[in-house]
Write a protein that binds this ligand. Structure first.
Ligand SMILES: NC(=O)c1ccc[n+]([C@@H]2O[C@H](COP(=O)([O-])OP(=O)(O)OC[C@H]3O[C@@H](n4cnc5c(N)ncnc54)[C@H](OP(=O)(O)O)[C@@H]3O)[C@@H](O)[C@H]2O)c1
Length: 324
């Protein structure tokens, strides 16, 4: 297998990246490959991996020069441009950069073009699935870019990080485009679940029975996982997808709609509910808190399980400071 001779790196150890990096390091260890080089803006997260088959890089340049294939999972377009430009500048000839961030298609295209100028390759490789799926290597992975590089990455990415690959071909921006189209479905599902659970509660129907229906009739991950979070009001973003990330993806969908004269009314509504949720509970909430925004419009309290309201969080902090 071609990957036997490669040295891997991973940059961006957030909720998704840290799980993917651990799986890549496990794969490297099991296949007798060198320790993978890891880097994160907040270095403490990288240091937590140092006990495994990972080596912490002190800089992006050091990581780039040590690796043949570098995976990345970064917050947004701006951050991806910043980080990859620094990596490309190391001019590690023929290195392959495999990006798992959700980026706007023109950003992926720009990175592909910049990579070429440095004699390196850039693949768009966004993923479907929450951090739990990243942890269990259960992601669905989109992949696009240069033919040879795609073939190399396809040799190990399943099973190392995911359960399936959708090969979108040679046009780098197509992987990013599929991810945005997919997220249109996922955020649309969250919006519909928010409305349906709110309606169920307002009619006095047992929401557990309603969730039973969801599980039996819509047994797809987005329906089942987000349905449970919305039923329970489990909106912590610590192990999910935080509102700034979710709103960034909603922006991408609306921007694609604007650029192609395609109305996106469901996502426009979701955007409004996400904004309300952020105003009430802050940016640390999971994007399933779209339901909190919806609940408010129907005259319900935003939170029914844990109270995520900013007032409550401030009280908690004050009590903590007082030793209560
Ligand atoms: N969470 C999900 O369910 C999910 C699912 C599929 C795809 N995605 C996509 O995957 C990507 C990461 O998502 P996530 O949930 O893992 O986000 P996250 O937990 O917020 O992690 C973001 C990563 O970007 C880094 N970063 C942020 N600003 C930076 C800067 N100025 N310079 C360098 N690094 C910076 C963060 O470093 P620090 O640790 O220092 O903050 C962290 O490593 C996003 O593009 C998202 O759209 C997320």
């Amino acid at each position: 297998m071609a990957s036997k001779s490669y040295s891997f790196g991973f940059v961006g150890l957030g909720n998704m990246g840290i799980n993917m990096a651990v799986n890549l390091s496990t794969y490297a260890a099991e296949h007798g490959l060198p320790k993978i080089h890891v880097w994160n803006r907040t270095p403490e997260k990288a240091e937590t991996l140092a006990t495994g088959h990972c080596q912490v890089a002190s800089s992006l340049k050091e990581l780039a020069l040590s690796c043949d294939i570098v995976h990345g999972c970064l917050a947004n377009d701006e951050v991806a441009l910043l980080v990859y430009r620094e990596l490309f500048a190391a001019n590690k000839t023929e290195a392959i950069y495999v990006d798992h961030s959700t980026l706007f298609p023109t950003t992926s295209k720009a990175l592909y073009e910049e990579a070429q100028k440095h004699g390196v390759h850039f693949l768009s490789c966004p993923v479907f699935g929450p951090p739990a799926a990243a942890k269990s290597a259960g992601l669905l992975i989109a992949l696009s870019g240069n033919d040879d590089s795609r073939e190399i990455v396809k040799e190990y990415i399943v099973p190392a990080m995911g359960k399936g690959v959708i090969d979108c071909g040679v046009k780098t921006s197509d992987g990013a485009l599929l991810k945005i189209l997919g997220n249109n479905c996922i955020l649309g599902t969250i919006e519909l679940l928010s409305e349906s659970f709110t309606l169920a509660e307002k009619t006095g129907f047992d929401v557990n029975l309603f969730y039973d229906f969801i599980q039996q009739w819509f047994p797809a991950p987005a329906w089942v996982n987000y349905g449970k979070k919305i039923r329970d009001g489990s909106f912590s973003g610590r192990t999910g997808f935080t509102l700034p990330g979710g709103m960034k993806d909603a922006d991408y969908i609306r921007r694609l709609g604007a650029e192609t004269s395609t109305p996106t009314p469901i996502i426009d509504q979701a955007w409004s509910h996400l904004t309300t949720a952020k105003a009430i509970g802050g940016p640390g909430l999971d994007w399933s808190s779209c339901a909190a925004g919806m609940r408010v419009t129907a005259g319900l309290k935003p939170f029914k399980g844990e109270d995520f309201s900013l007032d409550h969080q401030a009280n908690d902090e004050m009590n903590g400071a007082n030793g209560n």
